[in-house]
Design a protein around this ligand. Structure first.
Ligand code: AOF
Ligand code: ZN
Length: 358
């Protein structure tokens, strides 16, 4: 199973599909193995079965073999559970059930009905973490939302004059580019586009693809000449009917897609936006601020993971800041669980997951 997980992690980007590795073993020896490389490539177990005699083998796989007859785009397909049973595999050891509504235990059910022995749960926690965004999306319909903030030690995201370049050091900024390269979408607020004019692409990290860039701009202040509209990859502007038709046309002329959503008192209804991104098969949404967007995402409790990049600096109060989260006393503070801490050059990275109960 360790080998299956290793194979699964070797694929750089499989979204909207999961990362899957499959290993076929007979008498303690590996007779076939493969990783899924993302659509339109075959599922891992299909690729592992290719060209070998799998009779009597044990299949180690980090996800339940699928049972559905149509791909997301409607293409007809042979379910892997049928191929696995037909190949004579004797036993399937899977790390976890497939949360995809088309599968959810039906793959295991089919295998058992064909006399294949099934065991579930080996290295299950690791398997769930490897496909955390996939699991979240298939369970909730929404992407796993990560908010990244570059902070001074006193929790400031900018200096009193508004400057935020740069808070963290080059090693940490490079990590952000790597993270963008694997995200399905990166999201920023109009304020950040205005003040930093970022391109938001993954640069100098050998990215094979670029994430969808999402700009949240309720009032239509984003200049169509902003750098975010240049470079490889698609751009989507999420706005409300408070912005003018003229600016929508101007954004479209520079190649962006525009979606008009309901407005809340803080701007674009972010719950609606996150749901719309889930429907477009964004599984992993990486949000990069600024203060307004971060505050709204946190206040609306839409953030599942936080990546805090602390630089060893103090800036004091006076600059743009994380605002009112609706918390009135410490007993109402939003709770987070530390998942990981790491040094990055001179910076300290803390990754957290939202603790919604207890
Ligand atoms: C993969 N690779 O190795 C396995 C998957 O749209 P389709 O037909 O390619 O099906 C994707 C679903 O298949 C996916 O959501 C998951 O439920 C299941 N298993 N998918 O892409 C694989 N084993
Ligand atoms: Zn399959």
């Amino acid at each position: 199973m360790r080998r299956a997980l290793e194979l699964a992690s070797s694929a750089s980007h499989t979204s909207p599909n999961p990362k899957v590795g499959a290993v076929l073993v007979r008498d303690g020896s590996v007779v076939g193995e493969a990783a899924h490389q993302g659509p339109p490539y075959p599922h891992a177990e299909m690729a592992a079965l290719e060209g070998i005699d799998a009779a009597g083998t044990t299949l180690y796989i980090n996800l339940e073999p699928c049972s559905h007859h149509a791909a997301l785009d409607g293409r007809p397909r042979l379910p892997c559970c049928e191929a696995v049973a037909a190949a004579g595999v004797r036993r399937v050891v899977a790390a976890m059930q497939d949360p995809d509504p088309r599968v959810r235990g039906r793959g295991f059910g089919y295998l058992r009905s064909r006399g294949v022995e099934v065991e579930v749960g080996l290295l299950g926690a690791e398997a769930k973490e490897l496909n955390a965004a996939f699991v979240h999306h298939r369970t909730t319909g929404r992407p796993l939302v990560t908010l990244k903030l570059a902070l001074t030690l006193d929790g400031r995201i900018a200096a009193p004059d508004g400057t935020a370049r740069w808070i963290t050091g080059p090693e940490t900024r490079r990590k952000v580019h790597k993270r963008r390269a694997v995200a399905d979408a990166v999201m920023v607020g109009a304020g950040t586009v205005e003040s930093d004019d970022p391109q938001l692409t993954a640069r100098d990290v050998g990215a094979e693809r670029q994430p969808l860039r999402v700009v949240v701009d309720s009032s239509g202040r984003t200049d169509p000449k902003a750098k975010v509209f240049s470079g490889a990859g698609e751009v989507l502007v999420a706005t409300t009917d408070a912005s003018s038709h003229e600016v929508h046309v101007a954004w479209k002329e520079v190649g962006a897609e525009v979606i008009v959503l309901d407005g809340s008192e803080r701007g674009v209804d972010l719950g609606e936006l996150v749901t719309a991104l889930g429907e477009r098969l964004v599984l992993d949404l990486y949000c990069e601020g600024g203060a307004g967007l971060a505050t709204s995402l946190l206040a609306d409790d839409l953030v599942d993971r936080l990546e805090l990049h602390y630089a060893p600096k103090l800036a004091g109060k006076g600059g743009p800041d994380i605002g009112d989260l609706g918390v009135r006393s410490m007993s109402g503070a939003h709770l987070w669980r530390i998942r990981e801490t790491a040094r990055s050059g001179d910076d300290l990275l803390v990754t957290l997951a939202r603790r919604r109960e207890g």
